[in-house]
Design a protein around this ligand. Structure first.
Ligand code: PEP
Length: 254
């Protein structure tokens, strides 16, 4: 298994000045964190990646981006290429986030292209999957998640596991203050591991990190991280304040 990953998704928050302010407070806090047994990643908006990259380059913090195009360059107005992200030292790219799917209409087809482009450039896709409240109430959570996984990964062949991260983010739990209970989350995580096993083999599935996301806070991290198939968290709102993100990142890991 890779190290548990504590990932902050800033979404459309923090320009250059606020990014500097965040790290001025956050980096000193992380001095006592044992980076041997966990990894911390922060995904600022594109406009702040360059300054974040300068700031974290001598630290143990990894950098993520919130999306990427599949192509290396060209006529793709408004997009950012994986090559550009690599130049800044970006390691992870969040793809298929529910806000991309539901607000901007990104389809599984489009997401699969992004996943492939990012993967082929040597960056690690963090593929987000998760059901809406309506889908959960209809009892089709597993079906939805399985479809998003298979469709999102359909362009990727063989893997050794370390180069892929999955984030299970039930849409009804994102930014709503409602968290999936640890057993609700574990149930879906273990299902995702099983599907990945069918796709890539058990040895590969065992090393793919599966993150939970959806209103993770200092108050609920402990009960989530002890679940056997939760290998880290993707944090939105609570990653915006250095203190609350630090409280999450320093949780005891057995
Ligand atoms: C997210 O955006 O990935 C997320 C999980 O947000 P929040 O933690 O605010 O629910």
């Amino acid at each position: 298994m890779g190290k548990p990953l504590f990932a902050g998704n800033w979404k459309m928050n923090k320009g250059v000045a606020e990014t500097r302010e965040f790290f001025e407070k956050f980096l000193p806090l992380t001095k006592d964190i044992d980076f041997e047994n966990r990894e911390i990643m922060i995904a600022p908006p594109f406009i702040s990646l360059s300054v974040a990259s300068e700031i974290v380059k001598d630290s143990k913090i990894s950098l993520g981006a919130q999306n990427a195009c599949w192509a290396k360059k060209g006529a793709f107005t408004g997009e950012i290429s994986p090559v550009m992200l690599k130049e800044l030292g970006v390691k992870y790219v969040i793809l298929g986030h529910s806000e991309r799917r539901h607000i901007f209409g990104e389809s599984n087809e489009l997401i699969a292209k992004r996943v492939k482009g990012v993967y082929e450039e040597g960056l690690i896709p963090v593929l987000c999957v998760g059901e809406t409240l309506e889908e959960r109430e209809k009892g089709i959570t597993f079906e939805v998640v399985e479809n998003q996984l298979k469709e999102g990964l359909k362009e990727i062949g063989n893997l050794d596991g370390a180069e892929l991260v999955i984030a299970y983010e039930p849409v009804w739990a994102i930014g709503t203050g409602k968290t999936a209970t640890p057993s609700q989350a574990e149930e879906v995580h273990s299902f995702i591991r099983q599907i990945l096993g069918e796709m890539y083999g058990k040895n590969v599935a065992d090393v793919i990190r599966i993150l939970y996301g959806g209103s993770v806070k200092p108050g609920n991290i402990k009960e989530l991280i002890v679940q056997p198939n939760i290998d880290g968290v993707l944090v939105g709102g609570a990653s915006l304040e250095p203190e609350s993100f630090f409280e999450i990142c320093k949780v005891e890991i057995s």
